[in-house]
Structure formats: C-alpha cells, structure tokens
Design a protein around this ligand. Structure first.
Ligand SMILES: O=c1ccn([C@H]2C[C@H](O)[C@@H](COP(=O)(O)O)O2)c(=O)[nH]1
Length: 358
C-alpha cells in the first residue's frame, strides 16, 4: 500500500509522482483510456486542507478547479458549462451534452434544487452532524450500482465523501475507485477540501485534516492524440514537475465565518452570467472579498477564453490585458501566479504591464 501525509497539495503530488515514476510495487495497466502505471490502494492525507492549490511552475492552476467546484455547487451535469473551464471534458467522457457521472446533481440535486429546498444529500449530512457530532453516518454515496450498467457512460470516479467531527474540527474523507494522479488528483483535492471548508463553516467547527483513499491511483503514459482520446503528457509532465524541486507554501485565505451559502448563491449567479457573456458583471457591494475574488477570477478567465478563441497574441499589450491588470490589483495576491500563468509575459510590453503591479 502507498501512503503519504503532507502539509500542502504540492508536497502530496511530489510524493505521489515519486512513487508512480520510481516506486516499488506498482502495476502496469492497460485501459481504454490509455496505459498507465498504478499504485493499487493509496491513502493520502492533506494536513492543511487550505494548501489546496499548487504553487508549481507547471501545475499552478486555479481557474479550472474553481470552475469545476462551481459546476458541482450548481448541481449541473451540463458539458457546455464544464468545458468552459476544462476544454477536453467532452473528449474525456465521450459526450458533448450531458456528464452522466457529474457529482453536483448527486450531492445537491439537479441544478441544486434539492439544496435550495433543504432536502439534498448535503443537507442530510449537515443535519446528521448537528444531531450527533460523533456520527459515522455523515456520508454521501456518489458512485451507484446502476452506474456500472451503461456501457460507455461517464461513471463517477468518486465512491463516497464522508464528514466527521473530531475534537470540534470537521474532518473529511473521500474514497475514489479511480484517480488520475496528474490531471484528476489536484482538481479533486481542491474541490473536496473546499466542500470540507464550506461544511465546517456551515456547522461552525474548525477545519480538520483531509484524507483521500484511492483504489487505483495511476499516471498515464505519454501518448499522441487518437480519434478516440486526446494526447496525454502526464508522465513527462510529472517528471518535469518533480525536477522543479520543492515549492513554496501558501495556503488559500480562510473562508469567512458563518454559513457561506448566501455568498455561494451570489457567486453561482455571477459565474453563470459571466460564463454566458456578461463579462462586466460585478459582485454585490456587500459580498465578502473572499467570495468576490472568485467572481473576479471568473471574469479574468472569461477574458482569457475569449482571447484564446479569437487567437489573440498574448505577448502584445491590449485593452483586455489592461483590464486584467486593473482587476488583479483588487484581488488577493494568492491568486496572482495563476493569472500570470495564463500570459506569455516574458517580453515587453506585457512584462512591464504586469511587473509594475503594486
Ligand atoms: O473526478 C475524477 C474523475 C475522473 N478521473 C479520472 C480517473 C481515470 O483516469 C478516468 C476515468 O476512467 P475510468 O476509471 O472510468 O476508466 O478519469 C479522476 O481522476 N477524477
């Protein structure tokens, strides 16, 4: 069995890549999604669940995990929604319209209606822990037996998410049947630890540790694109990441105290407006900066997406980039590296535009 317990997502990924690139006892597995090296039976622990974003040169991504989180919170199974943040999604699940394995509807109800009515699986878990802090029943089952039946359907990789209160702190444990160490793992840990912090705030407990068990934790071998699947650069990517050495440690800001759900509703509404074209949509004035930052990041992502679709050259100064610089001044410096990562900022004038940020 492989296990690792670390302070940050980067330290955890480093331990996982070390095992999958050079460790003992791994399996070589052939699957329809490509050949991979697998650690069978893995247990990971993130001691500081707020250190959930990579600060590395090659894996520092915030936009796609944040987009995926709000896809879950919206209870959506729309491929159109998630492909705005993860363009390869339709190819990965082989469906252009509906992600049948989407987690959001299973946790919060379709389009989060059950959450709005207070009858979702999430609400049941929260009630369970309110009634009895020591409960071992506060879990949501995501993978269902019926998922095994559709032949080519998108099957959830997550089996259960479970919460528990210990020493007045909210702990969370996720079990996954299958986890892609390079692309899936950082997204999954980000989303699940955010759900953990949301539940901790809703219940009024501190944030405990996050644990994550996986039956098949695997690293795909590099391969070129075929008609059926996109190219994969996981193994060379993991090697490049490993060569970077240790990364700086910078946890995300703490979520404001109190139930976060009214703020989440504001961000959900804003995300939808921005994604569907209203790029200038701004947050309500009284929204806490923690949540306002997410809205600004969604706006910045939309600006970059529009530029990418038009094929704009990101090394020249343009009005959209000046707008991004202006927005960056008002959001937490934690997120700057993710924004800079979207630029070809090595040359002036873009370099000067972003370096003069105070
Ligand atoms: O939240 C998710 C969803 C999917 N996957 C990866 C795991 C597998 O590489 C692939 C799904 O393939 P199967 O296990 O269904 O064959 O997607 C994840 O890592 N995390």
């Amino acid at each position: 069995m492989f296990h690792a317990s670390e302070d940050s997502l980067d330290d955890l990924m480093r331990a996982v890549f070390k095992q999958l690139l050079n460790g003992r006892g791994n399996f070589q597995v052939e699957s329809s999604k490509g050949n991979s090296t697998e650690a069978f039976g893995a247990l990971l622990e993130l001691k500081n669940p707020r250190a959930r974003l990579s600060r590395s040169f090659s894996k520092a991504k915030a936009f796609s995990p944040l987009g995926e989180l709000f896809w879950y919170l919206s209870g959506s199974d729309s491929v159109d929604f998630i492909k705005h943040y993860i363009p390869n999604y339709p190819k990965m699940i082989k469906d252009e319209v509906k992600a049948s394995g989407a987690y959001g509807p299973r946790i919060f109800g379709e389009n989060a209606q059950a959450k709005l009515d207070g009858v979702s699986e999430w609400d049941r878990v929260i009630r369970t822990l309110r009634e009895r802090e020591g409960s071992r029943n506060a879990l949501v089952q995501i993978y269902d037996n019926s998922d095994a039946k559709p032949k080519n359907g998108d099957k959830p990789c997550t089996c259960t998410i479970q919460f528990a209160v210990r020493n007045k702190q909210l702990f969370m444990h996720t079990h996954m049947r299958s986890n892609d160490a390079f692309f899936g793992l950082p997204h999954d840990i980000f989303a699940f630890t955010m759900l953990q912090e949301i539940a901790a705030r809703e219940l009024g407990f501190g944030l405990g540790r996050y644990t994550h068990s996986v039956t098949s934790l695997h690293l795909y071998h590099d391969c070129t694109a075929t008609e059926d699947r996109p190219a994969n650069i996981s193994t060379s990517g993991a090697k490049a990441y490993y060569r970077e050495g240790f990364h700086d440690f910078s946890p995300m800001p703490e979520m404001p105290l109190g139930s976060p759900w009214s703020s989440i509703e504001h961000v959900k509404a804003a995300e939808q407006k921005i994604r569907t074209g209203n790029i200038d949509h701004t947050a309500p004035a009284d929204l806490d900066p923690y949540w306002r930052d997410f809205i600004e990041l969604f706006r910045i992502h939309k600006i970059f997406e529009e530029m990418r679709k038009r094929g704009d050259d990101l090394s020249t100064e343009r009005s959209e980039l000046r707008k991004v610089v202006k927005m960056m001044r008002d959001i937490s410096p934690t997120y700057r590296i993710y924004i800079l990562g979207r630029l070809d900022k090595k040359q002036s004038p873009v370099r000067d535009l972003f370096e003069n940020l105070s």
